[in-house]
Write a protein that binds this ligand. Structure first.
Ligand SMILES: *Cc1c(COP(=O)(O)O)cnc(C)c1O
Length: 465
C-alpha cells in the first residue's frame, strides 16, 4: 500500500543526500517570498502524482539542512543512521505508547531504555521514567511532580501554597514558562546567580531559600542544569543536593543538552552524584544524534510519576491490569504518544553503551580541537568558554558576533548562532555533530574568517568615507 510512496521516499532521500554534499547550506528563501517560490499552497482539487512529487522534492531540498557539515546553529546536528532506521520503522508501525495492548514489545523497548539509563545513574530499585515530547516538557513533568509532593491539594483543588522554584540565571527558558503552566507563576521563580564559569552558586541558592522561608513562602523545587544552553556549563550537583536535602526540596537536573554524558566513562564525572536528584532528563536528540524528539525523563521514585500523572480511563485501559506498569499511559502527560523509544533503542542496541559513550567523547574532542585553534590564533580571537564544554563561545576581534552570524546566514556560508553571558555577546559554536571530524571544525573557522575579514574591511572603507 505504501510501496509506491517508499519508492518516492527513496528517490527524494537520495536527492537530499546528494544535495547535502553539494550545497550544505540551502539557499535562504525570505518568508515573504515562500508562496511565490515554492508550491506550498493547498487547493481544492487533487493533482497528478508527478506534479505532487516535484513540489514535495523542491520543498525538501530548500529546507535548512540540519545534518550537513555546515550546521552549527542549534544543540543538535548530524545523523546517526541506526537511529534514523528506528525512527522510520516507528512511523510505519504507528503505535501509540499508552497501552501494552496497542504497543506490545515497543513498551518493552521503552522500559529497557528507562531501566538501563537509571542503572547508569544509580537510581536504585524504585526508579521510573517516561519519554516526554522534549526537554521543556520533561522539565515541566519534573516541576509538576515536585508541586504535587509539596502541595498535596494541588491536583484536586489547584495550588494553595506560596510555592517558590529556584533555577540559575543561565538555565533554560522553559523553567519560568513551566511555572506559569503549573499554576505557580513566573514571578515565583528565583534566578540564582552563576560564577564566572556559568555554574550556579550554591551559597546564593541557600540564601535565597532562607530569605523566602523567612518571608513565609514555601520553597519546593530546584532546577539544576547539566549543560547550560549557552555556555554548556554544569551546575555543581553535590553542593546543590546538600541544600535540597536540608530544606527537603525536589531536585531536578535538567540534562537536556549534556545529560548524555552518563554514557561516557570519561565525562560522567560532570554530573557526579546525580543519583541524589529526584529527577533527571537527557535529550537523546541532542548529544546522541537521534532524530527529534527523543527526551528521556527519569525519576528516583516512580510513585511520584503515578501520583501526578495516573488517571483511570475505562475506555483506554482495558487489558493487562496485572501488568499495569506496561500501560505506559499511566505515567505520561499525554494520551496518544508517539514511539520515541525505538530510534534510541536501535542505536543503543547496535553500538552498545560504549558506542554511545564514543559519540559523546567525539563531541568533547571536537570542542578541544576548536578551543586549541582559538588559543593558537589568539591575536584574532577572544575565547570565552572553558574546558569540558561543547559550546565554544568566542569573538573575532573587532567584529560584532550578531552581525557576523547574520552575515554568514545571509551569504549561505554556514549556520551558527550567538549567545550572551555576563554582558558579553559572542559566537556560540556547538560541536554536537559527532559525524564531524577535525577537518570540518577547521573548515568552519576558515569560512567564518573569510566573512569576518570582509566585514572588517567594509568597516575600514566606511570609516574612510
Ligand atoms: C534544549 C534544552 C531544553 C529544551 O529541550 P527541548 O527538547 O528543545 O524542549 C531544556 N533545557 C536545556 C538545558 C536545553 O539545552
Amino acid at each position: 500500500m505504501v510501496n509506491k510512496e517508499l519508492n518516492v521516499f527513496n528517490q527524494i532521500a537520495k536527492a537530499l543526500f546528494t544535495d547535502e554534499k553539494e550545497n550544505p547550506i540551502s539557499e535562504i528563501i525570505p518568508p515573504n517570498e515562500l508562496a511565490a517560490r515554492l508550491s506550498i499552497e493547498l487547493n481544492e482539487e487533487a493533482i497528478p502524482d508527478g506534479v505532487f512529487e516535484k513540489a514535495l522534492k523542491e520543498i525538501i531540498l530548500k529546507t535548512p539542512k540540519t545534518s550537513s557539515k555546515l550546521f552549527f546553529n542549534q544543540l543538535f546536528g548530524g545523523r546517526q543512521p541506526k537511529a534514523v532506521l528506528g525512527e522510520l520503522l516507528s512511523v510505519l508501525l504507528n503505535n501509540s505508547m499508552y497501552t501494552y495492548k496497542v504497543a506490545g514489545p515497543q513498551v518493552g523497548v521503552e522500559k529497557e531504555i528507562i531501566k538501563k539509563s537509571c542503572e547508569l545513574i544509580e537510581y536504585g530499585d524504585n526508579y521510573g521514567g517516561t519519554f516526554a515530547a522534549g526537554g521543556s516538557m520533561s522539565n515541566f513533568m519534573a516541576m509538576l511532580m515536585a508541586r504535587d509532593r509539596a502541595d498535596k491539594s494541588a491536583i484536586a483543588k489547584g495550588v494553595t501554597k506560596p510555592l517558590i522554584a529556584y533555577t540559575s540565571t543561565d538555565s533554560h527558558y522553559s523553567v519560568p514558562k513551566n511555572a506559569a503552566f503549573a499554576g505557580i507563576g513566573r514571578d515565583n521563580v528565583r534566578y540564582i546567580p552563576t560564577d564566572e564559569n556559568g555554574q550556579m552558586i550554591p551559597n546564593a541558592l541557600k540564601q535565597a531559600v532562607e530569605k523566602d522561608l523567612a518571608a513565609g513562602k514555601q520553597p519546593f523545587f530546584i532546577n539544576a542544569t547539566a549543560g547550560t544552553t549557552v555556555l554548556g556549563a554544569f551546575d555543581p550537583i553535590p553542593a546543590i543536593a546538600d541544600i535540597a536535602e536540608t530544606y527537603q526540596l525536589w531536585l531536578h537536573v535538567d540534562g537536556a543538552y549534556c545529560g548524555s554524558v552518563i554514557f561516557s566513562e570519561k565525562y560522567r564525572h560532570l554530573i557526579k552524584e546525580v543519583n541524589r536528584a529526584d529527577s533527571f532528563n537527557y535529550n537523546a536528540h541532542k548529544m546522541l544524534g537521534v532524530p527529534l524528539s527523543c527526551s528521556v525523563l527519569l525519576v528516583k521514585n516512580k510513585a511520584n510519576l503515578y501520583k501526578s500523572f495516573a488517571k483511570e480511563a475505562a475506555y483506554l485501559y482495558q487489558t493487562d491490569h496485572a501488568f499495569d506498569e506496561f500501560n505506559l499511559g499511566k505515567t505520561s502527560m499525554q494520551c496518544g504518544r508517539r514511539n520515541d523509544a525505538l530510534k534510541l533503542w536501535t542505536l543503543w542496541k547496535s553500538i552498545g553503551r560504549k558506542g554511545l559513550g564514543e559519540i559523546v567523547n567525539q563531541q568533547f574532542y571536537l570542542a578541544d580541537v576548536a578551543r586549541d585553534y582559538l588559543r593558537a590564533n589568539r591575536e584574532k580571537y577572544n575565547l570565552y568558554s572553558f574546558e569540558d564544554s561543547i559550546s565554544i563561545c568566542f569573538n573575532y576581534k573587532g567584529v560584532d558576533a550578531k552581525e557576523l552570524c547574520t552575515r554568514l546566514y545571509e551569504q549561505n556560508a554556514l549556520l551558527v548562532g550567538f549567545g550572551s553571558f555576563k554582558g558579553d555577546t559572542f559566537v556560540r559554536f556547538v560541536t554536537i555533530n559527532a559525524n564531524n571530524s577535525k577537518k570540518e571544525i577547521l573548515h568552519f573557522f576558515k569560512v567564518l574568517e573569510k566573512e569576518a575579514e570582509k566585514l572588517l574591511s567594509e568597516k575600514v572603507i566606511a570609516y574612510a568615507n
